[in-house]
Design a protein around this ligand. Structure first.
Ligand SMILES: [Zn+2]
Ligand SMILES: [Zn+2]
Length: 188
């Protein structure tokens, strides 16, 4: 049995959210038959809300609400999953110039996973940085589909043939279905 998660979403805590969390969870609940999403991961910008408790909302809407972060690095934005106190002590998540290679390597050593998001986006995406600087090592996957992407951004991501995930980014304007991908083959 598989679990389908939207691995990239924001609540009101992230300033560019267009969909308050409750509205998004309700949207998922109402569309359960056509889009059987089991849960979402709140990847709040430049922060980790350690003490946020979403249990009441999980019960109300029947959707898992997990917590992660989206940090900003010298190679663009990256999702950090499995955030621990050790990670937030080591890195200042509010720093918009975190050193990407150190983030990837050290977070992996601490038991987390770092995934560059919207990598085809100008300025804040990984691949624009690759055109100016050496590629990073140990990138386990990138976000190949993003609900907030403009035309061409996801296509650019997919050209790089990385392992990929899919993130809704914000909610109601997207089709949030987590992807589990192997090299060049993307499968739902
Ligand atoms: Zn971002
Ligand atoms: Zn985001």
């Amino acid at each position: 049995m598989s679990t389908i998660l939207d691995l990239h979403s924001h609540s009101e805590a992230s300033e560019d959210s267009r969909a308050p969390l409750e509205a998004y969870l309700n949207w998922l609940k109402l569309r359960r038959t056509e889009r059987p999403v089991d849960g979402i991961v709140l990847t709040e910008h430049r922060q980790f809300n350690k003490n946020a408790d979403y249990r009441a909302l999980e019960d109300k809407f029947g959707v898992l609400v997990l917590k992660a972060s989206e940090v900003e690095t010298d190679y663009g934005h990256m999702l950090v999953f499995g955030v621990t106190d050790e990670m937030t002590s080591r890195f200042d998540f509010a720093n918009v110039h975190l050193p990407a290679q150190a983030v990837i390597d050290e977070i992996a050593r601490m038991g987390g996973v770092v995934i560059p998001c919207h990598p085809g986006r100008p300025n804040v995406g990984l691949f624009e940085h690759y055109s100016k600087k050496p590629s990073l090592e140990n990138v386990v996957a990138v976000e190949v589909y993003n609900g907030g992407s403009r035309k061409g951004e996801d296509e650019r991501s997919q050209q790089h043939r990385c392992r990929g995930i899919k993130g809704g980014e914000n909610g109601c304007n997207i089709e949030p279905t987590a992807m589990c991908c192997k090299d060049e083959e993307y499968s739902r």
